[in-house]
Structures are given as structure tokens and as C-alpha cells.
Design a protein around this ligand. Structure first.
Ligand SMILES: [Zn+2]
Length: 447
């Protein structure tokens, strides 16, 4: 077939390209950066290095059967996936080789399916009958990594593929979970932080979860992670992810220096809620029912605008149990206990979008009011004025809340029940950092 002609073919086309630059029917020499290729590009020609090529694969469905292969071409701006089907495989499968450079002109540009693609480009190319591919002798530098700062993660769409580098702050043990389709998978969550004082969780899956035992304060560089939204913004490994621990690159030194300075001095308290906060209006039936476990966890910054009710009760002192009890015996623990007085408040939270009612429990109330259940109950029974004064100290104060929302059905009426899982003071360094990030984002939008 084409095999014998192959070595001479690119050279002749290459010459034609240089000599007949003015004639429209030949390859246009104007190369556009791969990053700039869009659905609206006309007469485009890209030049890049093939960094990855698949085997020839076959597919079969009810309507037809066929073969295809794909390759990834990179230049110094980006990378793109190119796929050939059927006859085009015969034409190009042998011609395209990894580490060689090609010029490609014409082809069908289509949207990338971000759910599956690990290539960081909004579009990909299908080779069609008018596609022209010629080998090019040019020396090409390609993007090796495109390290994203962690504070820029919220600026990307969910599903985007990113490369990151960070200091490992926390590391969970690997554990096995059962997926919805009844498969078992190993996962391990690690939390990293970079010199923007932002932290994010990376979920390592399968081989990555087993193969790496990340040690806190080590540096991790991970390429081709996907941005996901699961209980906040996170990064997740993909089939294409590569991980390097303590990479020998200038960014590592930079990060280590930054970390030493900021860790010995006053460590910047990271609250992921500040960076990945949502809004109260997002707590609704539609959002909750989308989730398999019907439980929505939301991080918000909101103001306490009213306290509606306080209730006091006895509970099991066992910190794992904490069950409500009526007598000094816990059915759950099957043990005699010393009952502990606990409290629960119903309060109204408000942000720029709306208000909701939430329940807040004992430990979190102590963080808010600096008073225990016994003392607050005494005030509520004996000195209503003092009780109100105490309660009012938190009205119109702003906090960072983590709220768990579920749907309750009782007597055929459904309602959303919101509980506060944790709350944090908005400390000034993080608050200022968060504001700076919001300003940066807004500045980018106005440019
Ligand atoms: Zn108990």
C-alpha cells in the first residue's frame, strides 16, 4: 500500500508547501497554535509532535463494525487528540509514529467529551477524506507540564484536566469502597497545599492509591488529574495520571522555601470552605435528589440572622454514640451511663442569595457561644434577659459553615433538614486571601 511511498511523500509535500505558498489548493503554511484550534477555525494547519499513539482498535455495535486508532499531538501551547476511522487507519496507522513531528491540515473538529477525555483541549479532531498529514523536520518543543496554581482550580470547569504540584499536608490510609455497579475499588485521599496557601484533596484510585504512600511534607507532582465536584471541589486521578514524589524541578525548591517560611512563622489556616464555598440557594430539592445517597454537603459563608429555638436533652457520653437517652442506660451501647446534658439550636442563616433554617448541635454551639449546655439551660430557665443577651452576641456574625442537607418525609410531607457538621471562624489571613482571590477572578473577567 502506501508503505513504500511513505518516506518520499512527506518530503515532496513539504516542498510543495514551501514553493506554492500563494496557491490556495496546497497546504497553507500558516500554522496556528494547537491551543487556538476551535470549531470555528477555517483553513487551519497545526504542527506538533506525536506524544502518544494507541493500537489499532476494533468496535462493533448494532449498526456497524469498524476499526480506529488515535494519537495525541502536542506543541508548545497545548495538546489535542486526533482519531482515524476505517480506511483512514489503512492510510495513516503506519505513517504516524510517536516522537515524530507532523503538520496536519483539514479534519473534522468536534467537542471533547470531558467526562472521558484526559486531554486538556475543548476540541478533538477526526481525520476525514480531505485531511492532509505530512511529516515535518521542524524542531518542536512541547508543553511538558502546565502546572496550575491551586487557587486557580475554581476558575476551571468541572471535568477539566490539570497538572498540579503541592506539599502533602494530610494523607489518609488506602481503603476499599464498593461502587454503585458493585465493583470494589481502592481509594486514598490526600490533601495538598501550594504557595497560594490553598489546599485541595486529591483522590487517588486503584494503582495510584496502592503504589504511593505519600508522606506529609513531601512534594507531589501529579499530571492529568480531573477536577471533580464531590462534597466540594476535588481532584481525582485518571487512567492517564502520572505521579512524581519530590520531583527535581525548580518549582519544588520554590515550594519548599515558601513552605518553610510560612510553616515556621504563622501557618496560614486553610479552610477549603473559603475557597470552594457555595451559596445557600443551592440547597434545594433538585440538588439533593440528584445525589445517590440523597445527602448534600455544602460549604457556605453565611451570617446568623436569627436564633429561633433552643432545646436541651440528655445524651450518652460515648463520643461515638451520643444517642439521646431518657434514663442512665444507653440502649445503643448496652451499658449504664452517666447522662450528659446537650443542646441543639435552630437558627436562620442568610447569605446574598437567600435564607435557610439549620440545626446546630452541642460542640458547634460551644464554639459559637462559649457556653456549655448546663449553663445555657440555667440561663434560659432562670434569667431570660441574660439568656437573650448571650444568644444575641452571635446575631449578625459571619461564619464558614459546612451543612449537611437531607430530605425528610413525615406524614406524606417532605421537607429539607439542614444540620451543621462544622463551623469555622473566618480568620483574617484566610479571609483576606479569599477576597484577593475573588478580586483576581473578577479582574480576569473584566479583561
Ligand atoms: Zn451510647
Amino acid at each position: 500500500m502506501d508503505g513504500n511511498k511513505r518516506p518520499s511523500k512527506p518530503t515532496s509535500q513539504e516542498k510543495k508547501l514551501k514553493q506554492n505558498n500563494d496557491k490556495p489548493e496546497t497546504i497553507d503554511d500558516t500554522i496556528i497554535p494547537i491551543k487556538e484550534l476551535t470549531l470555528y477555525s477555517v483553513n487551519w494547519c497545526i504542527l506538533g509532535k506525536v506524544v502518544n499513539k494507541t493500537q489499532l482498535k476494533t468496535f462493533e455495535n448494532s449498526r456497524n463494525a469498524g476499526k480506529y486508532f488515535s494519537f495525541v499531538m502536542a506543541d508548545n501551547t497545548s495538546e489535542i487528540k486526533i482519531t482515524a476511522f476505517g480506511d483512514q487507519c489503512d492510510k495513516y496507522f503506519d505513517q504516524i509514529m510517536e516522537q515524530k513531528n507532523y503538520k496536519i491540515k483539514y479534519g473534522t473538529i468536534k467537542d471533547t467529551n470531558k467526562t472521558y477525555s484526559t486531554i486538556n483541549h475543548d476540541y478533538e479532531i477526526n481525520i476525514n477524506s480531505s485531511t492532509v498529514i505530512v511529516e515535518s523536520p521542524e524542531n518542536i518543543t512541547i508543553v511538558e507540564t502546565n502546572l496550575a496554581k491551586l487557587n486557580s482550580i475554581p476558575d476551571h470547569q468541572i471535568g477539566t484536566i490539570v497538572d498540579v504540584i503541592g506539599i502533602i499536608k494530610y494523607c489518609e490510609d488506602a481503603n476499599t469502597i464498593t461502587t454503585k455497579d458493585n465493583k470494589t475499588k481502592t481509594k486514598r485521599d490526600i490533601t495538598i497545599m501550594d504557595d497560594t496557601a490553598t489546599s485541595i484533596t486529591i483522590t487517588l484510585w486503584e494503582a495510584e492509591a496502592n503504589n504511593y504512600n505519600p508522606i506529609p511534607s513531601n512534594i507531589i507532582m501529579a499530571r492529568k488529574l480531573r477536577i471533580i465536584s464531590y462534597q466540594g471541589l476535588k481532584l481525582s486521578t485518571t487512567a492517564a495520571t502520572t505521579i512524581t514524589i519530590n520531583p527535581q524541578i525548580p518549582e519544588s525548591d520554590q515550594l519548599r522555601n515558601w513552605y518553610q517560611q510560612h510553616n515556621t512563622n504563622e501557618p496560614i489556616q486553610l479552610s477549603s470552605a473559603l475557597y470552594q464555598h457555595s451559596y445557600l440557594y443551592k440547597i434545594n430539592y433538585e440538588e439533593i435528589t440528584k445525589l445517590a445517597n440523597l445527602t448534600l454537603t455544602t460549604n457556605v459563608i453565611a451570617t446568623i440572622t436569627a436564633i429561633l429555638q433552643s432545646t436541651f436533652y440528655n445524651a450518652c457520653p460515648n463520643t461515638i454514640c451520643k444517642k439521646k437517652v431518657e434514663k442512665p442506660y444507653c440502649e445503643n451501647c448496652k451499658a449504664n451511663i452517666i447522662m450528659q446534658r446537650k443542646m441543639v439550636l435552630t437558627m436562620k442563616l442568610t447569605d446574598a442569595t437567600c435564607s435557610i433554617y439549620v440545626k446546630v448541635f452541642d460542640e458547634e454551639i460551644q464554639k459559637l457561644l462559649h457556653i456549655n449546655a448546663n449553663d445555657l439551660e440555667q440561663l434560659s430557665l432562670n434569667d431570660k434577659n441574660k439568656y437573650n443577651l448571650k444568644i444575641n452576641t452571635i446575631i449578625l456574625t459571619k461564619w464558614s459553615f459546612k451543612i449537611k442537607s437531607t430530605i425528610n418525609t413525615y406524614n406524606e410531607t417532605t421537607s429539607i433538614s439542614n444540620k451543621i457538621i462544622s463551623l469555622d471562624e473566618i480568620t483574617s489571613p484566610t479571609y483576606i486571601h479569599n477576597l484577593k482571590h475573588q478580586i483576581d477572578t473578577l479582574t480576569k473577567l473584566t479583561k
